[in-house]
Write a protein that binds this ligand. Structure first.
Ligand code: DSN
Length: 412
């Protein structure tokens, strides 16, 4: 276990390690990094200030930091076929802010997906700071659950946006980037994709890649890409200067070079053939969940999944998303409550739950374990008022997770 000379912290970390080991982690945006990524995160690269870019820093002593950051950018370029990459964004939200700052003037119009239809807060939700600077117009999905490309076309012609934004947080279908590009070209808009959720699937060739087509692509590095918590921007060479300036000095100070070292490790791992197999299995596992929940008459948003996640309405089963999240938590299964398209319920207790397969797939779980997980989820939802039933599921979950060790090296 982890031991520090700070018992309160060590105990909390050890309890968290136990929770991660003994539960089924099914929040689609979470994953387990490798021991090598963990070690780079905890490395001495955290000690260094390095504002600027490799070869052009505002601080002395950056020789090795330059090597580290260049490894990360070169590997990211190779993974996604990008003309240019900046690996300094601290996470997904700052990466999006930097992308807007690079391409837009205050007051410019952006077309982005409505949050409840799968978009992200940073895509223009009225509660966010970007929505005070730029004019976000929101599009939705159609009743059959696909992105409403016709609506995007109509809104683009009516509002002449400077930027059309795709890439989502709870949308489970493939995206037709070429169609978006055509619409954008017609109205003279830039194209942006936020691939935070599906970056790993794209890197492995398991989903369409917007990087060769779009002006700018933002991502986190910690979801399906299985790297450290962080962000990154990939763009066309013509936007390089604007992107770099938006990140520093526009929005950030010293880049977190230990995180950048860990990104370099993760990108190398993602270039290995085993990562392609991993990404394929993530999708296969998600399809099994789709089958299992359809069989049990759950209402799946967007009609199912092409990626790593499922969004499902649980209200027809007699409970809210919040109640389902809580019951599943007691059963040792972690998911998140989530709004569904045009949800009549409030965001803190919405109608749906969102679940995904990246973390379980990292542990080596396959179709059989997914069928078992779906059965437990259904049982926990059915018996959500019964703490004994939930505790019994939790015990069964533990017998499964014991067979898929997580961070055994932390036992020393
Ligand atoms: N919090 C992330 C997610 O869970 O999708 C997005 O910011």
């Amino acid at each position: 276990m982890i031991s520090y000379s700070d018992p309160a912290l060590a105990q909390a970390l050890n309890r968290e390690l136990t929770r991660q080991r003994e539960g089924l982690e099914m929040i689609p945006s979470e994953n387990f990094v490798s021991a090598a990524v963990l070690s780079a995160l905890g490395s001495i690269a955290t000690n260094k200030y390095a504002e600027g870019l490799p070869g052009k820093r505002y601080y002395g002593g950056c020789q090795e930091i330059d090597v580290i950051e260049t490894l990360a950018t070169d590997r990211a370029q190779q993974l996604f076929g990008a003309e240019y990459v900046n690996v300094q964004p601290l996470s997904g939200a700052p990466a999006n802010l930097a992308a807007y700052a690079a391409l837009l003037q205050p007051g410019d119009t952006v077309l982005g997906m409505e949050l409840s239809h799968g978009g992200h807060l940073t895509h223009g939700h009225p509660m966010t700071f970007p929505s005070r600077i730029w004019n976000f117009i929101r599009y939705k999905t159609t009743a059959d659950g696909s992105i409403d490309y016709a609506q995007i076309e109509e809104l683009a012609r009516a509002h002449h946006p400077k930027l059309i934004l795709v890439g989502y947080s709870s949308y489970s279908r493939e995206i037709d980037y070429a169609r978006i590009k055509t619409i954008a070209q017609e109205v003279g808009a830039y194209t942006m994709a936020d691939i935070a959720h599906i970056a790993g699937l794209i890197a492995a060739g398991e989903m369409n890649n917007p990087v060769p087509l779009f002006d700018i692509v933002t991502t986190t590095t910690h979801k399906t890409l299985r790297g450290p918590r962080g962000g990154m921007i990939l763009c066309k060479q013509e936007h390089k200067k604007a992107v770099d300036k938006a990140i520093f000095p526009g929005l950030q100070g010293g880049p977190h070079e230990n995180v950048i070292a860990a990104k370099a490790v993760a990108f190398q791992e993602a270039l290995e053939p085993a990562f392609k197999e991993y990404a394929r299995q993530i999708k296969k596992n998600a399809k099994v969940l789709e089958e299992e929940f359809s069989k049990r008459s759950y209402r799946l948003m967007f009609g199912g999944t092409d990626n790593h996640l499922l969004l499902m309405d649980v209200t027809s089963k007699g409970l809210t998303g919040g109640e389902a999240e809580n019951a599943l938590n007691q059963a040792g299964i972690t998911v998140n409550k989530n709004v569904i398209p045009d949800d009549p319920r409030p965001p803190l207790d919405p109608s749906g739950i969102r679940l995904g397969t990246p973390a379980l797939t990292t542990r080596g779980m396959m179709e059989t374990e997914m069928r078992q997980a779906a059965q437990w989820i259904d049982r926990a939802i059915e018996h959500h008022h019964d703490p004994h039933a939930l505790a019994a599921i939790r015990a069964e979950v533990k017998t499964l997770t014991d067979r898929f060790p997580l961070y055994p090296e932390l036992n020393a």
